[in-house]
Design a protein around this ligand. Structure first.
Ligand SMILES: NC(=O)c1ccc[n+]([C@@H]2O[C@H](COP(=O)([O-])OP(=O)(O)OC[C@H]3O[C@@H](n4cnc5c(N)ncnc54)[C@H](O)[C@@H]3O)[C@@H](O)[C@H]2O)c1
Length: 368
């Protein structure tokens, strides 16, 4: 039964990530964390649309996204289509004064993303983005460590991010091999998450030097190495690769400070954080400890929610998306600004664009 607290969501794009969001809406609803009505879904692929409608018991389906957005029973639009389509879909959502959540990357380049940000800000429409690592419990735990202990001056961060080339295997898709649709390869499509994290932890980036490669001979890069200088004086390095080895996606993050170290493994089957403060013994942290940081970030207390709700927000699978959607939808409901927002996405896009420019020109690109 819907009431004034019910959040009426319409989702465009019932593919990979669209289904993950639908699963997370169901978890949020079933565990009583939020009251969500999945009012309508849209996809141009009739089979995918029918499967999603059947699986999630959704009565209203559309082949044309304009009709979904115009439906008065839909208040919040999720844009989960290939990247080149995001901008037009966000535009229609804004025109209809609906809150919008758009998957990352927002667009194929920063200027397009900036137009999208300006549209949502001018219209005063809440706008969230799928930079989902902001709701990873280990990263939130690391943030909390930095607030609570004296790690000293940040010196160096490094992220190694590898994924099987997502034109098959996990995230099977044709469009990810097409630059006109995706905007680029492993850097923009996957490692925009990493760039966002590096900014989030070490602050603004003033210059970028990068090299990308196309080993597979496609028009999207399958390797990017990027060196970023932060205004704080710290340096970040990112190595991002799409390969053909059948193995889980792996992300390994390391942060070096003058008086401490934090390493985070985000492999799907081996997730942990280790930290070492000068003069202390090294500490290794597993999910059970890190989960508290996520619940705290979401304003939830483990003793006041059910074990099923904790599981939905923290266990590996749709977990980060459930946490991200909880935060976004709660912000919409409470009329506060969601984070991460389109501004966070634009900041990451600026760095991605600078990295591509650096590769083309063979020199360092200044940003500030
Ligand atoms: N936040 C994350 O971690 C994350 C993870 C995966 C994908 N993504 C992003 O989500 C977006 C979609 O990726 P995906 O893996 O779900 O792709 P996908 O190919 O699995 O799904 C895209 C869906 O959009 C549909 N579609 C295409 N054109 C459409 C149109 N005009 N109207 C309605 N539906 C249309 C397709 O039929 C397909 O079902 C991409 O921007 C991708 O970068 C984000």
């Amino acid at each position: 039964m819907s009431n004034k607290n019910t959040l009426h969501v319409g989702l465009i794009g019932t593919g990979n990530i669209g289904k993950t969001h639908l699963i997370s809406f169901s978890s949020l609803q079933e565990t009583g964390l939020l009251d969500i009505d999945i009012a309508a879904v849209c996809d141009t692929d009739q089979d995918s649309l029918a499967r999603a409608a059947d699986l999630f018991d959704i009565k209203t389906t559309y082949l044309d996204y304009n009709k979904l957005v115009e439906n008065p029973d839909v208040d919040i639009i999720y844009v989960c289509t290939p990247t080149n389509l995001h901008s037009d879909m966000v535009k229609v959502a804004v025109k209809n004064h609906k809150a919008v959540f758009c998957e990352k990357p927002l667009a194929r380049s920063s200027p397009q993303a900036q137009v999208m940000m300006a549209m949502t800000r001018d219209a005063g429409v809440p706008a969230g983005v799928g930079l989902v690592l902001r709701y990873d419990q280990f990263l939130l735990f690391a943030k909390r460590l930095l607030d609570e202990h004296d790690f000293g001056t940040p010196m160096l961060a490094h992220i190694r991010d590898d994924q099987r080339f997502p034109v098959d295997y996990i995230y099977y898709s044709h469009w990810r091999g097409n630059k006109t649709i995706a905007g680029g390869g492993t850097l923009i499509e996957h490692s925009i998450h990493d760039i966002d994290i590096l900014r989030w932890f070490l602050g603004d980036i003033e210059s970028v030097y990068a090299r990308t490669s196309h080993f597979a001979g496609r028009d999207v890069e399958d390797h990017a190495s990027v060196i970023m200088n932060h205004t704080s004086g710290a340096t970040s390095t990112l190595d991002s690769v799409w390969h053909w080895v059948e193995r889980p996606n792996e992300r390994y993050l390391e942060f070096f400070f003058e008086k401490g170290y934090i390493g985070i493994s985000l492999e799907s089957d081996k997730r942990y954080l280790e930290y070492h403060l000068q003069g202390d013994a090294p500490v290794k942290v597993w999910d059970e400890t890190a989960n508290a940081a996520l619940l705290d970030e979401l304003g939830l207390e483990s003793k006041s929610i059910s074990p099923a709700a904790i599981e939905a927000l923290t266990c590996v699978g749709a977990e980060r998306y459930t946490a991200l959607n909880y935060a976004f939808l709660k912000a919409v409901k409470e009329k506060i600004s969601p984070r991460p927002d389109f501004g966070d996405a634009v900041a990451a896009h600026n760095i991605v664009d600078a990295a591509y420019e650096s590769t083309d020109k063979g020199r360092c690109i200044a940003l500030l």
